[in-house]
Design a protein around this ligand. Sequence first.
Ligand SMILES: NC(=O)c1ccc[n+]([C@@H]2O[C@H](COP(=O)([O-])OP(=O)(O)OC[C@H]3O[C@@H](n4cnc5c(N)ncnc54)[C@H](OP(=O)(O)O)[C@@H]3O)[C@@H](O)[C@H]2O)c1
Length: 328
Amino acid sequence: MIRIPLGHTGLEISRIGLGCMGMSSAYGDSDPESCLKTLDGALELGVNFFDTADIYGWGANEELIARFLPGRRERVVLATKCGITRGATPLEQGRDTSAAYIRRACEASLRRLGTDVIDLYYLHRLDGVTPLEESLGALADLIAEGKIRAAGLSEVSAATLRRAHGLLPIAAVQNEYSLATRGGETERVIDACREIGATFVPYSPISRGLLTGAYRDSAAFGKGDFRTVLPRFSDEALRANLRLVDAVAAIGARHGASAVQIALAWVLARAPHIAPIPGTRRLDRLQENVAAARVVLSADDLAALEAAVPIDAISGARYPAALDKPLG
Ligand SMILES: NC(=O)c1ccc[n+]([C@@H]2O[C@H](COP(=O)([O-])OP(=O)(O)OC[C@H]3O[C@@H](n4cnc5c(N)ncnc54)[C@H](OP(=O)(O)O)[C@@H]3O)[C@@H](O)[C@H]2O)c1
């Protein structure tokens, strides 16, 4: 697995990381023991960039990672996040990026993770109230105290990124980006990352499984699966979207690659400073996803993909209206 620099940090991350959210939340039940095997398998496959957040399973995901870290901490680049607060339901989440909250959240994450330093600490969402100077000042203090190594931002615009980087070096931006969700390009955040030397980390790079083509029936999502409320997985939208994904699969067939591998290879082909973090609980799927790094797409393939899934061609918003906020 190829490694690339993580922003200005001096750390190196695998070109494909592992999103751990689904191991404790969002997509239905999971078995922690088999997730631990997946985490272990990831390291063996050369994946060293692991992504979690305090809200995934309300601490459970960080506690799961804590079980995996002993004896492996030095080989792992560990990213977690704070800034989203618990509401009565997932659709009623709050936000807090005040200095006092960031400090409390970071110390709680360190305790749950059982480590004394977080390599990359993102503000998951800006709260829109706290001045950026205060939030980044809190991150600067945590860096000075050795509690975090570097700062990242999630779901931010190019303008906010540039302003933030003027206050504190930003190592990475984590925004949603995939063939199905093209804001990284249209909002020029990928370009802004390149300009300032930050890594762009696409989250949900296979659009929460949509681009695998494996999820063909919206009625099959169980209780507790976030996709039951996501507009692009509603019956009608899913039917329309699968026609596009099937076209991606057909392009994959030319390479002996699956739709998910082509979708990830497309993300990788966008720019060298991009490191997606597809999520999976399963080792066999991780192996499939990681193999995408070996798929080389020609200019013709890229043009065919562009034609198969043009910008804004996907039906249904990426989030329900209550969560579909503009970039911070
Ligand atoms: N910053 C943010 O606001 C934010 C928001 C969302 C996510 N994230 C991060 O980004 C990571 C990735 O995003 P994501 O998990 O939402 O979406 P994703 O990576 O686009 O898709 C994950 C879904 O696809 C399935 N899947 C993965 N590989 C597959 C394969 N080869 N074949 C069939 N199905 C496959 C997974 O199921 P199985 O587990 O059953 O394989 C899961 O349901 C998360 O884990 C999290 O760390 C960040």
